[in-house]
Design a protein around this ligand. Structure first.
Ligand code: PMP
Length: 399
């Protein structure tokens, strides 16, 4: 049997998609004009599926800092911080994040994915238990595979179910860790962090929150949903990525426990190259912008509410309340791929999301709003969705 045989279900999905139109996986941008505008197939499109929540990818201070870092320290670090040494940029960024988050220890990792992989897999040892939300991101699931402990899943966003599972699985030999996210990446729904934290701590477990999508976009200072819900000081471990609000690549995990420094022995920290000087410098500049300009996310929220309200009025099946991620449920993968293509033909780039990224085999049109979107751009997006709603109505009437 061919070693590639296992990919045939994927191939079948792809061939069904290309019969409908372009495959939504791996769309090519010919050019990126701004945080909200790109060129696909020679045509300018509004991008509303980029996770560029604060719209800082073209921010002058970030671009200047990245260029200066290349001039000063070169294009890459060419190695791991353990084997090949730390650059001043990495240590400075760790100090700044630590202070901003009000934590005792912060470690910068090469990506957001590796942040969770490293921290969770190293924290959960052979005698330990890790409790994860069923809708956790792939990197949290992968971290549990790399860890040597026991993994227990609880129902999505269900503090009662977590409570039950913590009660049932007493662990006298080892430690217990609860892992949740802030804003969930597919539906844009929010974790009840106050309840989750209370339940975890009542059972003597520690709590780990991945705020990949909510760092920068929530909280008066931009410190995420934990800050917005007033529980930041109760979080044991807080992770986020540089690839969304910070408009770069890399990630960090902060902890109120100074012993977190020990996690520099984790494998995905030790055995991979550290982020390039330019990625670190632009993340540092973006962080400084978040620190110095409160209200950077005000327009993000205004545009998110505008979009959510408009789509709800058109009758689209929205997965959650208004937030910077707005997901529309479609009845089938074929329908979602068809809509994705229609929207692109009409100048709007959104994300198609399906399994394994989505839970329960659901197909979504996933939109992520940016603080850089203007009211006019959102109106344009809404007018294109209006034509899609009209097309769907006509198609349903004809069938
Ligand atoms: N956590 C969550 C919840 C995510 O959605 C993602 C990526 N979308 C990551 C972690 C990984 O981040 P990165 O892409 O920066 O590696």
């Amino acid at each position: 049997m061919s070693i590639f045989e296992k990919f045939s279900p994927y191939l079948e999905r792809m061939s069904r998609a290309v019969q409908i139109g372009r495959s939504p996986i791996g769309i090519q941008f010919d050019d990126i004009l701004s945080p909200t505008r790109g060129v696909i197939e020679g045509k300018e499109v509004i991008m509303i599926g980029t996770n560029n929540y604060l719209g800082l990818t073209f921010e002058e201070s970030c671009v200047t800092a990245a260029k200066a870092a290349i001039d000063a320290h070169g294009t890459g670090t060419t190695g791991s911080r353990v084997a090949n040494g730390n650059y001043v940029g990495h240590t400075k960024l760790e100090r700044s994040l630590n202070k901003f988050m009000g934590m005792a220890s912060t470690i910068v990792f090469s990506t957001g994915y590796q942040t969770n992989l490293a921290a969770i897999s190293a924290l959960v040892g052979p005698k330990d238990q890790v409790f994860i939300d069923a809708d956790s991101h792939a990197c949290i699931y992968d971290a549990t595979r790399l860890s040597t402990g026991t993994t227990i899943r609880f129902r999505h966003n269900n503090a009662e179910d977590l409570d039950k599972r913590l009660s049932r699985s007493q662990n006298t030999d080892g430690a217990r860790l609860v892992v949740v996210e802030g804003m969930y990446s597919m539906f844009g729904d929010l974790a009840p962090l106050d309840e989750m934290t209370e339940v975890a701590h009542r059972h003597g477990a520690m709590i780990y929150v991945d705020e990949a999508h909510s760092f920068g976009s929530f909280g008066p200072k931009g410190r995420g949903l934990s800050e917005a819900m007033g529980v930041l000081d109760k979080i044991d471990f807080y992770s986020a990525t540089f690839s969304k609000s910070l408009a770069s690549i890399g990630g960090f995990c902060s902890s109120k426990h100074p012993q977190f420094e020990l996690l520099r022995v984790s494998r995905p920290y030790m055995f991979t190259a550290s982020p390039s000087p330019s990625a670190i410098a632009s993340a540092q500049a973006a962080l400084e912008k978040i620190i110095s300009e409160e209200g950077l996310h005000d327009n993000l929220w205004a545009r998110a509410r505008q979009l959510h309200e408009g789509l709800a009025q058109m009758g689209f099946d929205l997965a959650a309340d208004a937030s910077p991620i707005i997901a529309i449920r479609r009845h089938s993968e074929e329908q979602a791929v068809r809509d994705f293509n229609t929207l692109l033909d009409r100048g709007v780039y959104v994300n198609f999301s399906g399994p394994p990224a989505t839970p329960a085999g659901i197909s979504l049109l996933r939109l992520s709003v940016s603080a850089a979107h203007t009211e006019e751009e959102i109106n344009k997006v809404l007018s294109v969705f209006q034509t899609l709603a009209q097309d769907n109505k006509v198609a349903m009437a004809a069938s």
